[in-house]
Design a protein around this ligand. Structure first.
Ligand code: NAD
Ligand code: AHE
Ligand code: ZN
Length: 376
């Protein structure tokens, strides 16, 4: 069949809207009509050329929602008409990682996914002249139709609006999951969130749900303050507007008459900047502070700290997709949204048709959007 897609033709170039060929689903695969997709900073990261796994030409996008149109041979858990959210972290329930119950990082198809291919080592997308187009993160939601492995689709309820729950395909689940699954934040905690964008706001939302007492948000852009306060931020720090280091500032903020050591119980990096990651670790409390890296850093970037920071009890962790097991956890997160337990709507600041998708990247660069969503 043919479908419409925004194709990343080369690093740093705007996406090009074009008709592309899409082969039907093979065994274990599913054809999905994408109804809406969010634009995450990770899409921008790959488009910029900073992703060591970036391939071109590719159809980016990994934060979608849609409807199953057709299933390949052997597919048993999905049927045409089912509403689904694509999962860049699949859940096969059979690989050593899934069976370990220690990680959400299913390894069943990770190797081919990183090569921009379907599990059989081929691509389903091509240009009209036959040039193959790579898949992206196993999803490629910047196409109106895509083919995905059955194990990479979460079936969701039929009454959930695609243009909102697509965000659960990455940002919402990553942010809330980082708090609940990865950090396991407890009631009364003091936490710091670096970067108040589409991920950081969901970390804040998760911290509020977990019952954190103090939620400090850090961002260079004052414009992010109001929305962060709406989601539960209690203190705002703009590092460019304080005297001294942000680490000392946070340590001082978190001191109490009883605890003059100071430091956050938990911190989260939602910027992808390795210097910020260091600050995030070092502003946590001696003896027990936990810092979670969510941000994705460019090729070649490395984190640094004095080992003494870890010797004295701070813990550095990372999280992908918030530690969520997609097929198991995502339907429940959709229920949370539908039942009013979590909010999504205010974070979707812009919507647009596929033809205007490059505007979403411009808005992100200017710091003017939280989430832009393409509605097909
Ligand atoms: P975003 O662009 O919406 O937000 C980033 C925010 O960080 C912005 O508000 C920006 O002003 C702020 N910022 C940038 N530099 C800063 C600095 N030095 N100090 C303080 N604030 C700073 O991006 P997003 O969609 O929220 O994504 C955030 C990061 O998370 C990206 O690196 C993205 O690739 C990554 N990510 C990771 C996962 C995962 O599973 N680990 C999932 C989704 C996104
Ligand atoms: N390809 C990059 C790493 C990109 C990355 O870390 N991706 C996150 C999801 S970001 C979603 O917005 C992830 O899930 N990582 C785990 C995985 O298996 O990819 C690189 O540096 O090579
Ligand atoms: Zn993402």
């Amino acid at each position: 069949m043919r479908t419409r897609a925004a194709v990343a033709v080369a690093p740093g170039k705007p996406l090009e809207i074009m008709e592309v060929n899409l082969e039907g689903p093979k065994a274990g695969e599913v054809l999905v009509e994408i109804k809406a997709t969010g634009i995450c900073h990770t899409d921008e990261f790959t488009l910029s050329g900073a992703d060591p796994e970036g391939l071109f030409p590719a159809i980016l996008g990994h934060e979608g929602a849609g409807i199953v149109l057709e299933v390949g041979e052997g597919v048993t858990t999905l049927k045409p008409g089912d509403h689904v959210i694509p999962l860049y972290t699949p859940e096969c329930r059979q690989c050593p990682s899934c069976l370990s119950q220690k990680t959400n990082l299913c390894t069943a198809i990770r190797a081919t996914q990183g090569q921009g291919l379907m599990p059989d080592g081929t691509t389903r997308f091509s240009m009209l002249d036959g040039t193959p187009i790579y898949h992206y993160m196993g999803c490629s939601t910047f196409a109106n139709h895509t083919v995905m492995p059955e194990i990479a689709l979460a079936k969701i309820r039929d009454d959930a609006p695609f243009d909102k729950v697509c965000y659960i395909g990455c940002g919402v689940t990553t942010g809330i999951g980082a708090v609940i699954n990865t950090a396991k934040v407890e009631i009364g905690a003091k936490a710091v969130v670096f970067g108040l964008g589409g991920i950081g706001l969901n970390v804040i939302q998760g911290l509020k749900m977990a019952g954190a007492d103090m939620i400090i948000g850090v961002d260079l852009n004052d414009g992010k303050r109001e929305m962060a306060e709406h989601f539960g931020m209690t203190h705002f720090v703009n590092p460019s507007k304080i005297e001294g280091s942000v680490v000392q500032h946070i340590v001082d903020l978190t001191k109490t008459p009883f605890d003059q050591i100071g430091g956050a119980d938990y911190s989260f990096d939602c910027t992808g900047n390795v210097k910020v990651m260091r600050d995030a670790l070092e502003c946590t409390h001696r003896g027990w502070g936990v810092s979670v890296i969510i941000g994705v850093a460019p090729a070649g970037a490395e984190i640094q700290t004095r080992p003494f920071q870890l010797v004295t009890g701070r813990v550095w962790k990372g999280t992908a997709f918030g530690g969520a097991r997609g097929r198991t956890d995502v339907p429940g997160i959709v229920d949370w949204y539908m039942n009013g337990k979590i909010e999504i709507d205010p974070m979707i600041t812009h919507t647009m048709p596929l033809e205007r998708i490059n505007e979403a990247f411009d808005l992100m660069h200017k710091g003017e959007s939280i989430r832009a969503v393409v509605i097909y």
